[in-house]
Design a protein around this ligand. Structure first.
Ligand code: H79
Length: 572
């Protein structure tokens, strides 16, 4: 039946319904683009210490650890840190010009040196150096004046200066460390200072995870107790356990494959290092940065883009040039970025899309040579179209075999991304994708192609992978539509990860005419995915099937971290 085949679904509705912390997240979801600043004594080393150079692709803020610089020696280097060219107004003006709405400064990176006036430790830029100023305070004030949300990065576990901190095993004997003492004596008190003395913080950006979920929770609680609205990124938590925080960060420089049903951000840098390195000139062109921004926003995420000032506080001119170009594009096109949500359509060959209510923004990276821009899979009627930069000139919109066809000018209005605005009669609904099979090939039913319902959501796993999570009962399901063209027997297998506490949970894979039952087995703590064979099924008719996976009863905990279900044709 046509109506059944074209069952409509709205990708984001379940996401929005599932997230109750909506109000606190509103600015984060709206703003999309932030400035990350990696600045510390490592900036002055610029990738070189004692004739040792950090290899290309290495991260210059790691130099202390890379060359096992003894803490007393690094302290002496830090004594000479004097970024006299640092000007908070210049930094914030650049962020603003680039269209960035929030700013995150490294208040303390892994080297343990505080970039603000700390009463907890004299090892801070105000007390320890001739600079005798507080850049965090200056940035906080400049941000407040400019209407940019001010945020801090704080490395809460790693500290290569403190004998009890994590990571320095070249100066300090690991077995003699008292990590709990470090948390109480330095990490938490410094975080308390940042949450107390610098006005309202948009978010605290933690890094490297925490040793136990309980310790991580103490950091979450500390932030909430002092600034309830302040957001917390997922790296506050214990890596490899259930994710914590208000949103998740992709891996450093990571790009999503799409479909995530949670708030997320990706931290990326303009070259290959975070802290300044004189050896790293691998700057991404502005076009790459703009298209990455669109890619990220089209998948519902935020882009936190890093600059690494030099040791004297100057922002590298190459970064300034790129960010200014990003800003020029944003100036003309910001309506298609701020306040939008993920594109409900699958990736298009010509580019990406973003959505705001009943407006679809079509970000065209590859301009059509035949003068027709085609949008497939859209099930909501289109009213009108125009270039974002030329609203008065309407473009002709038609339907060509169910495909929306927009008559566009011969030439692109922007070689990097020319935005076409497609006005719909209602919020976009898209055709639920149907998976097809090649000869002798089966079906890979993965998180990306899945439709979720109930509490089941697609999440990032902190290891750089994605899965279905948060499903606890029969109403929480994932499904896929498939078009079977080869009848016969198929081997069913499932790939998931489950900690010991989830062992024994019952689930079923419902293929319409057949059901396969399974029981969750332990794969290990953290995210250790394994494939389990579930036997054979007969698919005896050609045509459409819907495959559903769900817990058979309410479990009170997630069923599993599901990565994929596979249907493999039995060739014999
Ligand atoms: O602050 C930036 C990085 O320093 C920090 N996260 C971003 C935002 C970060 N912390 N941990 N990691 C990144 C992952 C660690 C990577 C390492 Fe390496 C691989 C550490 C040692 C080997 C890269 C290569 C850094 C030094 C050598």
């Amino acid at each position: 039946m046509r109506t059944r085949r074209f069952a409509f679904f709205l990708l984001l509705s379940s996401l929005l319904a599932a997230q109750s912390s909506g109000d606190r997240m509103a600015w984060f979801q709206h703003d999309k683009l932030g400035m990350f600043i990696h600045f510390g004594p490592y900036s002055a080393l610029a990738g070189e210490w004692n004739g040792h150079r950090t290899p290309p692709g290495d991260e210059a803020e790691w130099i202390m650890q890379r060359f096992n610089i003894p803490a007393p020696q690094y302290r002496e280097l830090a004594r000479r840190f004097n970024p006299v060219q640092f000007n908070a107004e210049t930094y914030v003006a650049l962020a603003k010009a680039a269209g960035m709405k929030y700013l995150v400064i490294t208040a303390k990176h892994h080297d343990g040196f505080a970039m603000y006036h700390s009463a907890v430790s004299k090892y801070n830029i105000y007390d320890w150096t001739p600079f005798h100023r507080d850049p965090v305070k200056e940035l906080a004030d400049a941000c407040a004046r400019a209407g940019i949300r001010f945020c801090v990065y704080y490395s809460h576990r790693e500290d290569w200066d403190d004998p009890d901190g994590y990571g320095n095993n070249w100066d300090y004997d690991r077995s003699k460390k008292n990590f709990g003492r470090y948390l109480e004596a330095k990490s938490k008190p410094q975080l308390r200072e940042l949450l107390t003395n610098y006005g309202p913080l948009g978010l605290v950006w933690f890094d490297r995870g925490m040793d136990t979920p309980a310790h991580a929770q103490e950091f979450v609680d500390l932030v909430h107790s002092l600034q309830p609205k302040c957001l917390i990124n997922g790296r506050v938590g214990n890596y490899g356990r259930e994710l914590m925080g208000d949103y998740q960060d992709m891996n450093d420089n990571g790009m999503p494959t799409g479909g995530l049903q949670e708030y997320w951000e990706t931290p990326q840098t303009l070259n290959t290092t975070w802290g300044f390195s004189k050896f790293d000139q691998q700057w991404k062109p502005a076009g790459v940065v703009i298209q990455r921004l669109v890619e990220i926003v089209s998948k519902g995420g935020n882009y936190l883009l890093n600059i690494g000032p030099t040791g004297d506080g100057t922002i590298p001119p190459a970064s300034v040039a790129v960010l200014q170009k990003v800003g020029e594009w944003m100036k003309a096109n910001h309506e298609s970025i701020y306040g939008t949500s993920a594109c409900p359509l699958p990736d298009s060959p010509w580019g990406r899309c973003t959505v705001h209510d009943s407006t679809l923004y079509l970000h065209v990276f590859s301009w059509p040579s035949d003068g027709v821009l085609r949008v497939t899979g859209l099930r909501t009627e289109a009213k009108s179209a125009n270039l974002l930069t030329d609203p008065s000139r309407k473009l002709k919109v038609g339907l060509d075999h169910g495909v929306v066809a927009i008559a566009v000018p011969q030439r692109s209005c922007d070689a990097i991304d020319c935005v076409v605005v497609l006005q719909l009669v209602a919020t976009p609904k898209v055709e639920e994708p149907i998976l097809t099979q090649g000869s002798d090939s089966g079906f890979d039913l993965d998180y990306l192609k899945a439709t979720t319902s109930g509490k089941a959501v697609k999440r990032f796993n902190r290891d750089g992978r994605f899965h279905i999570s948060k499903w606890t009962g029969p109403e929480d399901q994932v499904s896929w539509r498939l078009l079977v063209s080869q009848t016969g027997r198929y081997r069913v297998s499932i790939r998931y990860s489950a900690p010991a506490a989830w062992a024994g949970g019952g689930f079923e894979i419902d293929l319409g005419t057949r059901k396969v039952d399974g029981t969750v087995q332990v794969t290990g703590e953290g995210y250790q995915y394994r494939v389990f064979d579930l036997g054979m099924v007969e698919l005896s008719k050609v045509g459409e099937y819907v495959v559903r996976v769900r817990p058979t009863k309410e479990l009170g905990h997630p069923l599993m971290y599901l990565e994929s279900v596979r249907l493999e044709p039995n060739i014999n």
